[in-house]
Design a protein around this ligand. Structure first.
Ligand SMILES: *Cc1c(COP(=O)(O)O)cnc(C)c1O
Length: 368
């Protein structure tokens, strides 16, 4: 394959599903119903069923989904919430938004919350654990569940990168007390704008989240608490219903890409992503670790292959969290490992020839 290899081809989803997406668009346009109508109700039911839970509540985005879960659980000022050190900043921001304090834990070999290091971080103020299923692989949820039960903590999933991933055969979204999803366009199940959802088996929690995200109201113009406006609109819900129908197929294609990388990149001085035995990842990202990360990225760029780093600056080193500058996760081995991360192109529409070009580019870098 000649020409550039983009990190992710977002337009490809429209090329593949155009007519069905346009039909959904037209259905909403002519209905005159644009907020909290039948498309949202149908999507919520379909996505809850997909995740294997009874309840789904659409939200405006993934960050709000996490914050609404925390608020609905009554977590706020004075509380601590255990979070991974390496995650998209939204996980931390949601904790800060409700007035609680994030307590970061370094990742395990799978880039996820390390159950072996969680327990020693629990204090009398700890209220919850947010397990992020980073890069599309669930955290080791059975171990985290035992820790949560032992210390009476709530277990929340940040499943923004893991639509359809499983742990012991159960899908992300059904592995904790509640889960937050994002439908940001680049996610495995993406909308055409912002969107998010909360899934849970807890009817009461679902009701609270729905109320908080709808101005604190169950009935129009009656406001029992000071909520926010964070809803998934009809248009995005209708488009997401179309995309949901292809999710498993697209996940299967991501797995083909990942398998090709895993066999093509063997025996090189780099670390390939490891999969925990109980997990079936959905490969939101394919992240390798290399001592020569920057040189490798530059070489691939010279071959017109786009790579990214997730995430270039860890939350603890961001200006927004300057109080964490001296925290152990901001330096030493944790920070060093962070500087080795590199995400290779992956997606359901990445052709095998492009994957082979990436593999050849990486091998070439290490030959020189
Ligand atoms: C994308 C993402 C979010 C935030 O989702 P938005 O819809 O962009 O607000 C939260 N957590 C993780 C891990 C993410 O990747």
């Amino acid at each position: 394959m000649a020409g550039p290899v983009p990190f992710l081809d977002l337009k490809a989803t429209y090329r593949e599903l155009g007519p069905a997406l346009e039909e959904a668009f037209r259905r909403v346009m002519v209905s005159g119903h644009y907020i909290m109508g039948p498309e949202l109700a149908a999507f919520e039911e379909e996505f809850a069923r997909y995740c294997g839970v009874d309840h789904c509540v659409g939200t405006g985005n993934g960050l709000d989904a996490i914050a609404l879960i925390l608020r609905a659980m009554g977590i706020g000022p004075g509380d601590e919430v255990i979070v991974p050190s390496n995650t998209f900043i939204a996980t931390w921001l949601a904790v800060s938004q409700v007035g609680a304090v994030p307590v970061p834990i370094p990742p395990d070999q799978f880039h996820n919350l390390d159950p072996d290091r969680v327990e020693s971080a629990v204090t009398p103020r700890t209220r919850a654990i947010i397990a992020v299923h980073l890069y599309g692989q669930t955290a080791r949820m059975s171990e985290l569940r035992s820790i949560a039960e032992r210390h009476h903590l709530r277990l929340i999933e940040d499943a923004a990168q893991a639509h359809g991933a499983t742990c012991n055969g159960q899908r992300a979204g059904s592995l904790g007390d509640a889960a937050a999803f994002s439908f940001y366009p680049g996610k495995n199940l993406g909308a055409y704008g912002d969107g998010g959802a909360v899934t849970t088996g807890d009817a009461n929690l679902a009701r609270q989240v729905r109320r908080l995200g709808n101005y604190g109201s169950d009935r129009k113009y009656e406001h029992v608490e000071r909520g926010v406006n964070s809803r998934l609109d009809e248009l995005q819900a209708a488009l997401l219903r179309v995309r949901l129908g292809s999710l498993d197929d697209w996940t299967a294609r991501r797995r083909v890409v990942a398998a090709r990388y895993l066999s093509g990149l063997k025996n090189l001085p780099l670390s390939l992503p490891a999969t925990a035995p109980e997990c079936e990842p959905v490969w939101h990202l394919f992240v390798i670790e290399s001592e020569s990360r920057d040189a490798l990225a530059a070489h691939l760029q010279s071959e017109q292959i786009q790579t990214l780093v997730h995430y270039p600056i860890p939350a603890a080193l961001q200006g927004a969290y300057s109080e964490f500058r001296q925290h152990p996760v901001a330096s030493g081995q944790v920070a060093e490992r962070h500087r080795r991360l590199l995400s290779l192109p992956i997606g359901p529409h990445l052709p095998p020839e492009a994957v082979d070009r990436v593999i050849a580019g990486v091998r070439e870098h290490f030959r020189r």
